[in-house]
Design a protein around this ligand. Sequence first.
Ligand code: DGY
Length: 304
Amino acid sequence: MKPAVLVLQPLSSARQAELESLYEVHRAEALPPDVADRIDAVVTDGHHGLSSDQVAMLPRLRLVASGSAGLEGIDRGALAARGIPLTNPAVALAEEVADVAMMLLLAGWKDLRALDAFVRTGEWGRGEFPLGRALAGRTLGILGLGTIGVAVAKRAEAFGLRVAYHSRHEKPGGYAYEPTLLGLAERSDILMVIVPGGAETKGMVDAAVLEALGPEGLLVNVARGTVVDEPALIAALESGRLGGAALDVMWNEPRPDPKLTALPNVVLTPHVGSATRETRDAMSANVLANLRALFAGEALVSEV
Ligand code: DGY
């Protein structure tokens, strides 16, 4: 008999077909009890999540494989209480998200929106664009030096940036550790948010952190909108207490606050950190690899 897998968020189409050929796949969220009793693994993501009630309904559950790096909707406490492992594909998307992070960093720091408009509106014909600011030698503060944070740090070094970071614990790798987020914001020209979303990190980039980053400072967020206190961000950008923001994630996706989208000192992308064909496929392949390892009795590929 094939192992039974509950899929709350399907994989990329080719990988989903592979999943369905290997396992007994169920898609319904409300499973009949005789099926719920047989479920060995759940495939979900941070958005579709898995609540403690759902975990309680699956007595045989042995693995939750997330198709996203973000795990915000998955009740990790309920899994830990039963010793059920959780995997995510951070290794598969780190380089892609780091590329988008650097694109936003450069666009925000160099004010790409204004440069582009200057050419399109014909203003260029009336004079030169005011001189910009150099990037090399500035300090990039990274909030969250996990797999993605390290991929960003490597790129940042190639651009001549000094890298500092804040996370719960100091990490090996030689980057400058700041024990507090406020301290990191004070020493940074650019603050890059790469911590996971969820209750633990909700609103941690608050008005005081934004103020410490300052009128020349740039906030880049490629993690989750919830990590930043968005009303405080809008107020800081409107008043000039913060120089600019470059955001791939925000509150109320996909319809962000019009006050945010109206600001001239903000550059926005529609949550595309991992959104390429290649990377989405690699993320789905990671889910399959973790399932395969579980059922083969081997070590999981990317347990978190
Ligand atoms: C992730 O993997 O968390 C990306 O943000 C896509 O949801």
